[in-house]
Design a protein around this ligand. Structure first.
Ligand code: FEO
Ligand code: CA
Ligand code: CA
Ligand code: CA
Length: 538
């Protein structure tokens, strides 16, 4: 249901040219404001002002490397002018935390505390002023940091094998939400690389956090599997049954979905408190004939037994490695060693699955496969060796049902540029060329937005410009560049108000002089809107 040309949500913006400017470029008629920089206050305290913090100060700041985010409404507030923004911090912005480079093996206790303060998530209450500008409401009771120094609990079948009080979460890459209004933040690492003294099994999970602080304490949901999680996206049906889709950003990794056993309750929010602890995890297998199947990752099914045979990475070696023997003695083993379980069960190893998104009418699911320069052996869903620029796959569940066990699929587009000499790098993009699609979202009006995280080496930026955000028409597959980021950054994270007049976008790891001249560069959340207050895109 793409908007008709006369609809106020129809895409009418004039695309911007690729550039390598150290600023955020948006179309004519649009404006950019900076909402939340790394080092700004989330909880009340002393924000960054040019000098290094104490660990206690940094624990109250917005962390670094802003990534996935979600916007939540607040009862009693017009959601188009105020609400809660929950956002991920993938990695510290070390340049505002300490001098020199961080070495986890030799870091002091204070250095570790500083690094771990800057990962996790921030929740901030934000509001729009009469001039249209958005700001954090200082002192709101909802403003809260959840960091790598905090304690988390675990739920689900593998919880008993994790520490009883888990120290921290980290590499909070992308994210998602549930229909019952909780935030799902995804750990894109299966160890604590900032503090290797912590047990690896405690990391690599989806963490459920209630931004309203009403339901459970932050909980690692082990039923959703342990891998290098990118984001989550849900599909719900009219019976309130739901599936949660997820990618494993590993070279290469699989695509998963989790189906809770129960329907969610719209009448009783508290009834959903452990919904994600009971259900079935599946891995996607993409067959060569355009069909696909979801294979259950359940101990005793699909080869998941004691003495199972893991084929390993079949994409990088023209002579496959010898299979490894893996013991799945329990469902906890399957979930903790999920990447291996997925391969044993016949899941297709993909060219680094990043974001996944579900169309509002459940008719399509898109997933970015960002790149895999190491691919030597192709398959129909990963059709290029040395896939430097990545691709996007579209698939469709049987009956548009979240409960389906089969689907159909197609390659939606191959990224790259027709100006490149090598046939393998040209891709087939119609319109503005890009490399390494990563952030991806179909908004509530069915409009597909793509954000890039390409290498910022000069050879790549000279072809594609700085990392950018694009609108891609699903029928014509025409790509139009909407926003170009400053020097060195990736563009990631997309949230919006219900009227789609305000877009929240993250600028991650800039390396120039943005956003504050004369200070170190800082990852930041920006607000993009039209100066005439019409919906973004029109
Ligand atoms: Fe943190 Fe896969 O991006
Ligand atoms: Ca990143
Ligand atoms: Ca990403
Ligand atoms: Ca990426």
């Amino acid at each position: 249901p793409t908007p008709t040309p006369t609809d106020s949500y129809a895409i009418n913006f004039a695309g911007v040219a690729a550039n390598q400017n150290d600023t955020v470029t948006v179309p004519t008629g649009y404006t950019v404001d900076i909402l939340l920089k790394a080092g700004d206050s989330v909880e009340t305290g002393t924000p960054y002002s040019g000098s290094f913090p104490t660990p206690a100060d940094a624990e109250k700041w917005a962390g670094g490397n802003h990534d996935g985010m979600e916007y939540f409404d607040l009862s009693g507030t017009d959601a188009n002018s105020g609400g809660l923004l929950a956002l991920n911090h993938e990695y510290p912005d070390f340049n505002i935390l300490m001098s020199g480079s961080y070495n986890a093996a030799t870091a002091t206790a204070d250095q570790k505390a500083l690094a771990l303060s800057a990962v996790g998530i921030s929740v901030v209450e934000i509001a729009k002023a009469s001039d249209g500008k958005w700001a954090v409401k200082a002192g709101s009771r909802f403003n809260k940091r959840y960091t790598g120094n905090d304690i988390y609990r675990a739920g689900g079948p593998a919880a008993g094998l994790l520490s009883s009080s888990i120290k921290g979460m980290l590499n909070n890459c992308a994210s998602g939400r549930t229909p019952w209004g909780t935030y799902l933040t995804c750990e894109e690492t299966t160890d604590n690389y900032l503090d290797p003294t912590q047990p690896a099994e405690d990391y690599g999970w989806v963490v459920e956090i209630d931004p309203y602080q009403e339901l459970a304490a932050p909980t690692k949901r082990t039923a959703l599997g342990r891998f290098s999680h990118e984001n989550t996206a849900y599909m719900a049906n009219s019976d309130n049954r739901v599936a949660i889709y997820m990618g494993d950003d590993t070279t290469p990794g699989c695509i998963y979905k989790f189906i809770p056993d129960r329907a969610f309750s719209t009448a009783n929010r508290a009834a959903n408190i452990d919904l994600l602890d009971y259900g079935t995890l599946y891995v996607a297998r993409f067959n060569g004939d355009g069909t696909g199947e979801w294979r259950a990752l359940v101990r005793g099914q699909n080869g998941l037994t004691t003495g199972a045979s893991d084929p390993g990475d079949v994409s990088q070696f023209t002579t496959p490695p010898a299979p490894a023997t893996v013991d799945f003695n329990s469902q906890a083993d399957v979930l903790i060693n999920c990447q291996s379980a997925a391969r044993v069960a016949g899941g297709t190893v993909m060219d680094r699955p990043e974001w996944i998104t579900v169309a509002p009418d459940n008719s399509a699911i898109f997933v970015t496969l960002t790149n895999n320069g190491s691919r030597r052996v192709t398959d129909p869903a990963n059709p290029r060796v040395t896939n430097r620029h990545g691709h996007i796959v579209k698939f469709k569940e049987e009956g548009n049902s979240p409960l389906a066990t089969t689907f159909s699929w197609e390659i939606f587009l191959l990224a790259g540029s027709p100006t490149l000499a090598d046939d393998n790098l040209k891709g087939n993009i119609n319109g503005d060329a890009f490399s390494s699609p990563d952030g991806l979202r179909i908004d509530p009006k069915g409009r597909l937005w793509v954000q890039t995280d390409a290498s910022t080496s000069s050879s790549t930026t000279s072809v594609f410009g700085n990392n950018s955000m694009y609108y891609v028409d699903q029928a014509t597959k025409r790509s139009t560049r909407f926003l170009v980021g400053p020097t060195g950054c990736e563009i990631t994270g997309l949230a919006y108000t219900p009227d789609l007049k305000t877009f929240f976008i993250n600028i991650q790891h800039p390396t120039g002089n943005w956003p504050v001249a004369g200070q170190p560069p800082r990852s930041s959340t920006i607000v993009v809107r039209r100066t005439d207050s019409q919906p973004v895109g029109n």
